[in-house]
Design a protein around this ligand. Structure first.
Ligand SMILES: [Zn+2]
Length: 335
């Protein structure tokens, strides 16, 4: 029953002992049938049967973005545990007490109603379990993509506007205390920013690429390309560079190897009726990500570099001016 027919990480092997009852369901995955097996303590059977109904829409959304569940022949399972959760491959540890959010805290998930642990640990079946990094210094590939998979689920299940709100809610948990990438070859993880800042970095990259068709096609192709493999973070970055035929090396360097966010510095100067925006990046050398600004009725793309630049942006109500930092995770400083 617990035979594993795919490669597995040692940390994904576990043993659970308890007074379990078992119930099962099936999920149609393309033309295959995926077995869903649930093991909960006997007195939780009723609540679990209702609570675990949310698994299918989660799997459906993840298959939409990342293609088929990677361990189709081994099945999908949730097993009740005394601890919060862990992405054990095709046997996810579940200890969120059958509550929404994070142990019932819904502000953690921007006021939505799904079970955070089921969603997050399920995302790891693609990002972490199927695609695993060689070194935990690169753990952003597991946690960044997995935390971003939550964002995509929210977009899939609740819509784009809710997704924007959800991903911006993740900013509360970013610390900018040290780089996301740790030290290689000495079993050293980087900052816990690998989770939420990692996710916000990917959200920013989507808007930097500015082509959703390409973005979603790339995500799915990349998940398949690296399926059931061990990779380095730099393989992921090269894949994205090659796929888009653009160079995001400096972008990743800024977000992964530096603790600080790139800071957009700007001032608005009035010349008659019109405004001129003067702007630059305070960031690592060669950081040149374009950013959207909004003048109330229109988004305008500006192309800052480390040098000050100027752009005439016409006449508008100054109170309605904003930098679209809901699309780009950056620090903003009005000079
Ligand atoms: Zn995780």
């Amino acid at each position: 029953e617990w035979f594993i027919s795919y490669p597995i990480n040692n940390y994904n092997v576990t043993l659970c002992i308890g007074d379990y009852i078992h119930f099962s369901d099936t999920f149609l995955s393309n033309t295959d049938t995926l077995d869903l097996d649930y093991y909960v303590l006997s007195y939780n059977e009723e609540v679990a049967k209702n609570h675990f109904k949310q698994v299918k829409p989660m799997l459906k959304c993840f298959e939409y973005y990342f293609d088929q569940y990677p361990f189709i022949n081994d099945g999908y399972a949730l097993i009740e545990t005394p601890y919060l959760g862990m992405e054990h491959q095709s046997a996810i540890a579940y200890g969120n007490n059958f509550l929404p959010g994070y142990k019932g805290n819904k502000s953690f998930i921007d006021g939505l109603d799904f079970d955070f642990i089921i969603l997050h640990e399920t995302g790891h079946e693609w990002w972490g379990n199927s695609i695993t990094t060689n070194d935990i210094a690169d753990m952003w590939v597991h946690e960044g993509f997995c935390t971003y998979s939550e964002v995509l689920y929210v977009e899939c299940h609740y819509g784009y506007e809710e997704m924007l709100s959800y991903v911006n809610n993740q900013k509360n948990k970013v610390r900018n205390n040290k780089p996301i990438i740790g030290t290689f070859n000495v079993n050293n993880k980087g900052s816990s920013d690998m989770y939420f800042k990692g996710s916000l970095m990917l959200h920013t990259l989507r808007n930097y690429i500015n082509d959703d068709v390409l973005w979603f096609r790339m995500l799915k192709d990349m998940t398949n390309y690296f399926k059931l493999q061990v990779v380095d973070g730099k393989d992921i970055i090269s894949y994205i560079n090659n796929y888009t035929n653009r160079d995001f090396t400096v972008f990743f360097e800024q977000y992964l190897n530096n603790k600080d966010l790139p800071q957009l510095q700007y001032k608005l100067q009035k010349n008659g009726k019109n405004y001129t925006i003067i702007y630059r990046w305070e960031a690592i050398d060669e950081f040149k990500m374009p950013v959207l600004i909004n003048i109330g009725y229109l988004d305008i793309l500006i192309y800052p570099s480390n040098e000050w630049k100027e752009l005439d942006i016409g006449s508008f109500d100054k109170n309605k001016f904003k930098i679209r930092d809901d699309l780009f995770f950056i620090d903003v400083k009005k000079m």
